[in-house]
Ligand binder design. Structure first.
Ligand SMILES: *Cc1c(COP(=O)(O)O)cnc(C)c1O
Length: 380
């Protein structure tokens, strides 16, 4: 019987029959694997041996790719050195230079820069379209369009992308659909099951979960992932064994962390709506049956001074990342969305008052009390 999500998140690492039977998977901190003789080495190429050289594959990195794929319901996955390299590997798998792809306005800033600065320079054609207008999106499809790229939940205003609708457009025009599923993690959403061909995660975020690792994962169809693995080997975008091991350790607690962080986030979003003068509170509705994610964004508007708010946060750190077990805040305007032109930022609603909150596993009363105290200080 296929195991349930919470069980699969814990039991995904492949045993290797080693003699000492350690309870946890050892770290294969090695650049290469050794062989008995020429015949033994040849067996790697004929399928008898799994590993040759760590840039090609390694037991720890394989675990992260395969374990995440299983949670997404995808047949295959591969780990990479960062979320950005997972995105690059996916794109190089689905699109060739000269061909065209369509990406949304409300993209993670780093991804926006990859499309605008690197890929266009290498000859890829990129159209940036407002994905809330699906007619405009479909109108942007050209003869040489190969890829639709989107984020399942956008950053920082937490818009839930309509993946079913994107899948319909992708199927109609024979496009590859690639989704960045970092924000909800596979716990809340599984875009592969909704029709995406490729799904990427910045495992630096919820999969790692402890802000101590930079890693990425790309999952998808067997055919696409086989091609992606070749790309990753050739460009050297592999993940180190230790980083993979840390990310695997994170993956084992994904379910309990997300359940707790999602519950705290719902409480905090409700509190901001009811008890503060914030101009807007962004928190998804009906994201999944398990909850609405662990990110909350607020626009403090005119009622509060943002800098005083940041200065008054006590134990809540200001960091340009998200998804750790600690509650943290970030300021999209001059970090994640620094690279986004002003006009686009305004159109999206990212203002000088926008604060993004990554809700942690602490006691919800302490989280709310810390924000309440900071807002009291910051009130104009
Ligand atoms: C952080 C992030 C990335 C990039 O991941 P890295 O691990 O920093 O390379 C991509 N997409 C989203 C949505 C992110 O939050």
């Amino acid at each position: 019987m296929e195991k349930k999500f919470d069980t699969k998140a814990v039991h995904f690492q492949k045993g290797d029959g080693e003699k000492n039977k350690s309870k946890t998977k050892p770290i294969y901190q090695t650049s290469s694997f050794a062989f008995q003789d020429l015949e033994d080495m040849e067996s790697y190429f004929t399928g008898g041996k799994d590993h040759l050289y760590t840039r090609y594959s390694n037991p720890n990195t394989d675990d992260l790719g395969n374990g995440t794929a299983r949670l997404e319901g995808a047949p295959a996955g591969v780990a990479t050195s960062s979320g950005m390299s997972a995105i690059l590997a996916g794109i190089l798998t689905a699109v060739s230079p000269g061909e065209h792809m369509i990406v949304p306005l409300d993209l993670y800033g780093g991804t926006y820069q990859l499309f605008q600065q690197e890929l266009q320079e290498w000859g890829f054609q990129v159209s940036v379209v407002d994905f809330t207008d699906k007619e405009a999106l479909e109108a942007a499809v050209k003869e040489d369009t190969r890829l639709l790229y989107a984020e399942s939940v956008t950053n920082p205003l937490l818009r839930r992308e309509n993946i079913g609708e994107l899948n319909r457009i992708a199927e109609k025009h024979d496009l590859t659909l690639m989704i960045d599923n970092t924000f909800p993690s596979p716990y809340f959403l599984q875009p592969y099951a909704e029709g995406a061909d490729l799904v990427i995660h910045s495992a630096t975020k919820y999969i790692g979960g402890h802000s101590d690792v930079s890693a990425g994962v790309l999952v998808g169809t067997g055919e696409l992932i086989a091609k992606a693995k070749k790309r990753i080997i050739n460009i050297g975008a592999n993940l180190s064994p230790f980083e993979a091991w840390l990310a695997c350790r994170g993956l084992k607690t994904l379910s309990v962390r997300m359940a707790r962080q999602g519950g705290n986030a719902a409480e905090l979003a409700g509190w901001f709506q009811k008890h503060t003068s914030a101009a807007a509170v962004y928190y998804p509705q009906n994201l999944s049956e398990k909850g609405n994610g662990a990110m909350v964004s607020v626009d403090l508007g005119e009622a509060y001074d943002v800098n005083t708010f940041f200065q008054s946060l006590d134990w809540i750190k200001i960091v340009p990342t998200l998804a750790g077990v600690e509650t943290t805040v970030s300021y999209p305007l001059n970090t994640s969305h620094r690279a986004i032109p002003d006009t686009i930022r305004q159109k999206l609603g990212i203002t000088a008052g926008t604060v993004r909150i990554s809700v942690g596993i602490e006691d919800k009363d302490d989280i709310i009390a810390a924000f309440a105290a900071a807002l009291e200080q910051a009130a104009r």
